[in-house]
Design a protein around this ligand. Structure first.
Ligand code: GTP
Ligand code: MG
Length: 219
């Protein structure tokens, strides 16, 4: 996909602020500091549209970026950042849960994992949670530039096994630094954007929430 226009739209805390134009949404979930915002910037070839930082917890709301009047990237605050109060964590939980559970225009969640390390407990919980909501997930293993190419496949296997990746869920090797995986990821996103059905199955019982209050957040 050729990105001709990308703009920041809104930093939302709840449904009242979600855009109402019905464009499909691609959400990014992942540990704090894993590289979610950097991935957005690489995908749209802009240095700093999505704010990045070496300090964890930079992204605190649902940040909407509109791409080509075709879709939104929704940058979701990272989890797993210890320095956050219980109250903040609960607020985060509610905000994310409401979004993931109810947003009808959500087409795909990109779960971002650090290729260098095995998935954390929080990564596993997040992936299981997304699957409990019947959301299509694409795992993106990022920071590939930080390890030698000869070890990529070994690390990919560790990520796949650590998450117990479900059949049909793709995994893409990525580097925001070098652009590795960008075309492959755009191809996947395009498929989901074009698909008429959101992929979310109707009538699924999501009342059993495996991770509420247990995924730590960076608030
Ligand atoms: P929060 O908003 O705090 O949840 O973080 P985030 O997931 O948005 O991470 P962000 O994109 O801000 O990146 C965190 C740090 O990792 C920054 O210092 C980035 O430069 C670095 N980083 C992100 N992606 C890559 C990558 O692919 N390669 C390398 N080498 N560094 C990366
Ligand atoms: Mg961020």
């Amino acid at each position: 996909m050729k990105v001709t226009n990308a703009e920041f739209v809104i930093s939302a805390v709840g449904p009242k602020q979600y855009p109402e134009d019905g464009l499909p949404e691609i959400a990014l979930a992942g540990r704090s500091n894993v590289g979610k915002s950097s991935l957005i910037n690489r995908m749209i070839q802009r240095k700093n549209l999505a704010r990045t930082s070496s300090t964890p917890g930079k992204t605190q709301h649902l940040n909407y970026y509109r791409i080509n009047e075709e879709l939104y990237f929704v940058d979701v605050p990272g989890y797993g950042y210890a320095k956050v109060s219980k109250t903040q964590r609960e607020q985060w939980g509610k905000m994310i849960e409401q979004y993931l559970q109810e947003r009808e225009t959500l087409r795909l969640v990109l779960q971002i994992i650090d290729l260098r390390h095995p998935p954390t407990k929080d990564d596993e919980l997040m992936y299981d949670w997304l699957k409990a909501f019947d959301l299509p997930v694409c795992v993106v293993a990022t920071k590939a530039d930080k390890i030698p190419k000869s070890r990529w496949q070994k690390h990919m296997k560790i990520v796949r096994e650590g998450l117990a990746l479900r059949a049909g869920d793709p995994i893409v090797l990525f580097s925001s630094e070098e652009g590795t995986g960008k075309d492959e990821l755009w191809a996947l996103i395009s498929q989901h954007v074009k698909a008429e059905e959101s992929g979310r199955e109707e009538g699924t019982d999501v009342s059993e929430d495996p991770v509420r209050n247990s995924v730590e957040t960076d608030g």
